[in-house]
Write a protein that binds this ligand. Structure first.
Ligand code: MOS
Length: 705
């Protein structure tokens, strides 16, 4: 579909934006009417019921498949077929080694898909998978991320940022600095655990592949899978009306989507369902790489930074490169004339790391914001005051003026609300019964991201209603609701008059729900189309007229540094005898531009804070280096923060309108809540105990004498 490119005007008059409109899909979700990826009542053309797929995965970390013996599986009741690398349909393009499954005998990591069992029921598919005997030849592997793992410099890092930056002479400046920090900070393997595991239902009718998918991007899935399958994009339709969370794990297509597509193509006319198990997710749907950050700070005695170095090492996989941009936030946070950031990756025989809420910013800001806390201690300064003292006038990275940097206000507002002024200065100053008590602070940041290429369609209906369409998806964030509000204000009608059609790749292009860019990018396209619709058809259009417009770039990304900021305050209690950490109070104050819907925004920010708390206290994946297996592959051994972990938690935001970023005045809010949160918790545990923990998570053993 082609459409004229339109750059919108700011939305001057708004009545729905800024209100807490109820979730448009709330009733369907709480009553169980919302159909998720494997719940669609899909049947074949002659009413064929779906077959169930089950994945068989490798048990060696590197090597090859010698033979797949399906005899016992095929003899099992209900099993229809077993697809392996000798029988799977051939792909037209195998350059993406993560997605090009079952094309050859190579095994690149433990947990890789080596066969798919199709059966009449889920139970028989599972039993059949257990009966498939895969003979594997193991080769020597390296699956442990270690200090001496060989590394290389990637060409760029996730998001397209430069691998290394250098300003001035940081090493010389560090050598002569009077107040310094020189420490290494680590974060472990972390795994996305959305409520709905990855799942899809596929139907290949001989001409067209229809995929009911649990994805953050119907169009990106179509755009990736179609050429690999040798199909035109129009031959693939991806639908994702309801998605039970993603956090980035559903942002890029992963191997299970290809598996269900290939399986469906072996049984034309018959639907195939695949629900990835919770355990399989730990190998097949991406994860946050472990990170090791060497941070060096050099400051004057008054706390002003003179030099800053952040050298980050992360893990990548032999099957496909992923370079987490952990040192990127250090480029924008604080003023320092001498600065360097570098990224190196260790390529291992492990599953492909990928996106997890705030890739780069989350682990990078953990390192940096603990280091800044250490610097405050060495300089004898309050950590809020130290940060204020190092506010840069312009973006240190680009030299551009800030669009809307209000970090200092976030820090001051948070300090006031949290009661920071009453904080004892020294560590280990407060004990309450058997608990050491302390407080900590950390800053937060996330870039404003706008994705090009979005297209929206506006059509007038009877009775003053409008149909608005874009292939965007709502992964539980509230996108369906906020886009309705944006469309209503752009068209000058109440939100009830908007019929929003989304989450179908047949609709005009919508970019991925990732990088906190959804509302920004899709909203801008909807405003562009609505304003063009008014220009084309006037205030009182006849029913049935329509305008489709592609979004021009509204955001002033070249002229200004557009970022969100925040400040996180935490109270931590550490048990004197067991080392257990509890967090009774957590507060985030954010500057994120205008908030389109306070109800859903609050939920996003609180969710980010909870996920940061979870990373601080619990989340730690363990890969056994001998086998390459992630042994913590369930929610018992990989604990994710639950209700009992979360006490008094709150998020607020500054009254803001950012007209440089979007016509709505908003920026993204999906990820910033996780950024800085783990550092605030770590800093609070230091203040409580005098024990400085530089390695996440903050498990009890760190605090035992
Ligand atoms: Mo989010 S990690 O950008 O999907």
């Amino acid at each position: 579909m082609t459409a004229d490119q339109v750059t919108p005007e700011p939305l001057r008059s708004t009545s729905s934006i800024g209100t807490s409109l109820l979730r448009r899909d709330g009733v369907e979700k709480v009553t169980g009417d919302a159909t998720y990826a494997v719940e669609h009542p899909v049947t074949g053309p002659a009413g064929e019921p779906p077959l169930h797929a089950w994945l068989v995965t490798s048990t060696v970390a590197r090597g090859r498949v010698v033979a797949v013996d399906a005899t016992a599986a095929l003899a099992h009741a209900g099993v229809v077929s077993v697809v392996d690398h000798t029988s799977a349909p051939r792909l037209a393009d195998t350059s993406d080694r993560e997605l090009a499954i079952l094309q050859d005998d190579a095994i690149a990591f433990r947990g890789q898909i080596v066969a798919i069992v199709l059966a009449e029921t889920s139970e028989s598919a599972r039993e059949g998978a257990a009966l498939v005997h895969v003979e594997q030849e193991a080769e020597p592997h390296a699956a442990a991320f270690q200090e001496d793992s060989p590394t290389y410099a990637p060409e760029s890092v996730n998001g397209g940022s430069e691998t290394d930056t250098l300003d001035g002479d940081p090493d010389e400046a560090l050598a002569r600095a009077l107040v310094t920090v020189d420490a290494t900070y680590t974060t472990p393997h972390e795994h996305n655990n959305p409520m709905e595991p990855h799942a899809a239902t596929a139907l290949w009718d001989g001409e067209r592949l229809t995929l009911h998918d649990s994805t953050q991007g119907p169009r990106p899935v179509r755009g990736t899978l179609a050429p690999m399958l040798g199909l035109a994009e129009e031959q693939v339709r991806v639908l994702a009306p309801y998605v039970g969370g993603g956090f980035g794990s559903k942002g890029l297509p992963h191997a299970p989507e290809m598996a269900v597509a290939l399986a469906a193509m072996t049984v034309p006319g018959q639907p195939v369902r695949l629900a990835v198990t919770r355990q399989q997710m730990f190998a097949l749907t991406g994860y946050r790489t472990p990170t090791r950050s060497h941070v060096r700070l050099g400051a004057h005695p008054d706390g002003r930074l003179e030099a800053l170095r952040h050298d980050a090492v992360t893990q990548s996989s032999r099957v496909k490169e992923f370079a987490e941009q952990a040192a990127v936030p250090a480029r924008v946070m604080y003023a320092a004339p001498h600065r360097a950031t570098t990224h190196r990756v260790a390529e291992l025989d492990v599953p492909v790391p990928s996106w997890m809420r705030a890739p780069g910013e989350m682990p990078g800001m953990y390192a940096q914001e603990v280091a800044v806390d250490e610097l405050a201690l060495h300089a004898g300064l309050d950590p809020v005051a130290l940060r204020v003292r190092n506010e840069p006038d312009v973006d240190p990275d680009t030299g551009n003026p800030w669009g809307n940097r209000r970090l200092v206000e976030c820090l001051r507002r948070g300090a006031e609300r949290f009661g920071w002024a009453d904080r004892p200065t020294g560590a280990r100053a407060t004990v309450d019964g058997e608990w050491w008590v302390g407080t900590g602070v950390a800053a937060s940041t996330y870039p404003m991201l706008w994705m090009p290429g979005n297209i929206a369609r506006v059509r007038s209906l009877d009775g003053g209603r409008y149909a608005v369409a874009i292939a965007a998806t709502d992964i539980g964030t509230g996108a369906r609701t906020v886009l309705t509000q944006i469309a209503a204000d752009a068209l000058g009608c109440p939100p009830e008059a908007i019929d929003l059609d989304m989450a179908d790749s047949d609709l005009p292009f919508g970019s991925v729900a990732g990088g906190s860019s959804g509302t920004t990018s899709w909203g801008t396209a909807i405003v562009a189309a609505a304003q063009q619709f008014r220009a084309d058809h006037g205030e009182h259009p006849d029913p049935g007229v329509e305008t489709t417009a592609a979004s021009g770039q509204y955001a002033d990304m070249d002229g200004h540094a557009l970022h969100s900021f925040g400040a996180v305050f935490c109270e931590a209690r550490v048990h004197r005898y067991t080392g257990e950490v509890r967090v009774p109070r957590l507060l985030g104050v954010y500057s994120v531009g205008r908030v389109v819907n306070p109800r859903t925004a609050r939920s996003q920010l609180l969710g980010g804070l909870v996920m940061g708390l979870s990373a601080a206290l619990h989340e730690e994946g363990w890969r056994d280096p001998r086998t390459g297996h992630t042994v913590t592959q369930d929610l018992a051994t990989y604990h994710v923060a639950a209700h009992a972990d979360v006490r008094d938690i709150d998020a607020e935001w500054l009254d803001d309108i950012d007209e440089l970023s979007t016509p709505m005045g908003s920026r993204g809010i999906g990820e910033i809540g996780i950024v800085g949160t783990a550092a605030a918790v770590a800093n609070a545990t230091y203040h409580a105990t005098g024990v400085r923990v530089r390695d996440l998570p903050l498990t009890a053993d760190h605090f035992l004498e």
